[in-house]
Design a protein around this ligand. Sequence first.
Ligand SMILES: NC(=O)c1ccc[n+]([C@@H]2O[C@H](COP(=O)([O-])OP(=O)(O)OC[C@H]3O[C@@H](n4cnc5c(N)ncnc54)[C@H](O)[C@@H]3O)[C@@H](O)[C@H]2O)c1
Length: 369
Amino acid sequence: MVQHTARHRVGILGAGNIFGRYVEGMRTLPGLDVVRVADVDPARAERAAADFGIPAWGDGDDLLADDGVDIIVNITPPRFHADTVTAALDAGKHVYVEKPVAATTDQARKVLAAAERGTALLGSAPDTFLGSAVQTARHAVDQELIGEVIGATAFVRSSRAETWHPDPRAFYGPGGGPVLDMGPYYLATLVNCLGPVAQVSAATRVGAPTRKVTSPERVVDEVTVEVPTHASATLTFASGALGTALFSFDVWDTELPRIEIYGTEGTLALPNPNFFDGDVRLKRHQDTEWQVLTPVTELFGAVGSPEQHRRGLGVRDLANAVEGGPLRAGAEFAFHTLDVLESIQTSQQQKRFVTLGSSCERPAPRTSR
Ligand SMILES: NC(=O)c1ccc[n+]([C@@H]2O[C@H](COP(=O)([O-])OP(=O)(O)OC[C@H]3O[C@@H](n4cnc5c(N)ncnc54)[C@H](O)[C@@H]3O)[C@@H](O)[C@H]2O)c1
């Protein structure tokens, strides 16, 4: 286990649904002190500060002006990411932003330009690929336990946001949908294991055009769908591997696996990439049984428990980079995954294969237990 001695003063922007999971997750990790919470609705920030024992609260301007904050964790809805992240980077704060890094690649380019013109670092969710499951799969691929990788499948099924999120409009509006909302977890997993994507072809559609909201604390009763909710894509990786991906907020029940990676010598089966940990299973062609691989890193939380819903490993990754280590959940990686996901819609609209303009290095593997 790496020892961290430096302390990082973290301010959070956005005190909504995922806020508590960030605070709880970061409090399990070394060196991260949550010192301020900000929201466009300061009363919300005040309540969040009181609920979680955070010493300072206010609005976004208060956060930017606070010299006692080194890292801003931006957990506002996607349509606000571009402006709020750019302002924070220009104010000299390191930023870790929830996915997608911005609602569109055009907006994301401006955010990356802001990171490049200053010295502050930019990290972005998802961070679950830093957990033991994807790291173990990556290690297995790198050790060639399945031989040469030929292909992979990914299947994003509905997270049923209308049943649990008080305001699921963002899930069905620009920057949302199964491709942009849940797709980043699956793409981050595939790109981390297989490398960058070179070409995309896809078809998309809307399933049910309105969604009834049944969550107990709902603030709206119905949501109008503004983005595709069912998509099928073929991803050609730069390595030559072929990915087959389904993204759907219309499929609630299925028996398809979430992610599998196929090689010349065998198959790897991965757990839900929305979580950090879980069994990674290997079956080589000569094996009669699947074997569960020993995790190559420490677990983030107990498998199957609410601890897997917490967030924060990506903030710790950014803190490592501030201390001089590699930035794994970095802006270039997040941009490439967003570019791939956006190309799914472009392919549908223009009825053609899309050749990706972006690429990225595979993030450095995590090797410490
Ligand atoms: N909710 C989840 O389960 C979940 C899971 C993973 C990732 N995410 C990501 O986290 C982010 C936030 O999601 P959420 O579900 O918590 O959203 P939410 O709508 O519940 O909360 C967002 C909060 O941000 C505040 N806000 C909006 N604009 C702001 C601005 N300009 N400045 C300051 N505060 C502002 C809102 O007042 C609200 O309190 C999104 O990027 C989403 O993709 C959410």
